[in-house]
Design a protein around this ligand. Sequence first.
Ligand code: CA
Length: 519
Amino acid sequence: MRFLTFLSLIVLLNSCETKATKTEHSRPNIVFIMADDHATNAISAYGSHLTTVFKTPNIDRLAKEGMRMDRTYCVNAICTPSRASILTGQYGHTNGVKTLSDAIPPDAVNVADLLRAGGYETALFGKWHLKTEPFGFDYWKVAQGQGSYYNPVFKEIGIPYIVKKDEQKTMGYYTDLVTDYALDWLIKRKSDKPFALFLHHKAPHGRWEPAKRHLDFLSNVEIPEPASLWEDFSHRSEASRTFGTSISHRLAPRRNMIDDVSSKKWNAGPIDISGLNEKEQTQAVYQKYLKDYLRCVKAVDENVGRVLDYLDQAGLTENTLVVYTSDQGMFLGEHDYFDKRWIFEEAFRMPFIARLPGEIPAGSNTQALCANIDFAPTLLSFANLPVPDVMQGKSFRDILETGKKPDDWRTSVYYRYWMHLAHHQIPGHYGVRTDRYKLVFFYGLSLGSSGSIDKPTPPGWELYDLQNDPTEVNNVYNHPEYNEVTKKLKLELLRLKAEYNDSDDVYPDLQKVVTEYWD
Ligand code: CA
């Protein structure tokens, strides 16, 4: 697909089945802005306990002028796999990127490549975070791997994409620089083709280093705590409860994070927690973490504003689809966590806001269940291009334009986290979320997936009734009144695994665990 020519695309258009493709609409430009680890709770358009002290006026402007999607989910809530799913419209077990260590195959189906072959001029700026050189773009300029907040090293198309020591740094702040590059590309482009600009921020990924102009932002403000910061874990299954008791992904009481924020490793400055009791330490770490995180978001929001202002000035607003999203969510102290990876809402849920005047109703929102595998089909649909059958997601263009779900729209989302025990020691699990419920099976095995740790952990099920327990602090899996619900959700889980061809046939260890624990 990488070398698809325009001629072969025409053949493809005439021969292959198309999904949700419309032909009556002129093709809009696309500006796809993606942050990294930006939780919906840190976007004021979504509303949260943080809204009283922190606002994102420019991202909010997009929501006011477009649609805010409230139930968009990441099918594997971790950076590299999510980026691969966004590009390919596929689950990780299909595109080969299940963990941070997997490389995307160079012949993978790729929305940017399809847009380019379909007549768009395509460009990528900022974070790529896939192991291969970027492909599918007429132009790219990216930082390798995570990149640095300050004075990053950028690579651009035409220069070998290999890591070298002592490479030339660009002076400045990452979030500002990538926006500078993107706007410069827009200003200088000469093509009369529509454009598809992918602007991928590093922020607010940790370790958090705010721009110098934001170092004092929020310094005299007390950040409200989420109620679940103080969650009593006794409701959890052994499969998740026992993880987080002595490890790094929780703020308290067992936090490597305290070591982080009290050390000089943080360019934003350490804090002194000596002499504080355990609860006070948790509170101090929470304040430090949230302030640095939100300061990084502040620069992203400002730079979103710069892009929107440019589109206005250049007369491009009316015919440009602007998307704001993040590769997944993030725990901001909820469940006493920082990081992502778990199927719990704060990590699983992605922001997705889209504006296209005259097509997407201003100030609208939807509760339709969507996923990152849908992004590529949706962009292709807006470009009036066919969606390849190998993509597992579906276009939600109709939902954006009408606010209504098609009759055959999905009623559940399938999730799978593969990177067993790596980095933050979160067990391998899969699960299903419906409008009301979430059922999770922690199978606790590495299954040989790259980067995972081959040490089995206790299997277990958890069930959350999101209508009665939206913050997921009451696992009701063993409550008899939910037995029928559980049975139905287990069948739905099997149906989804079959639909997405995630059969686990090649994992006898997992089949053994499933046999033992399914009922
Ligand atoms: Ca991420």
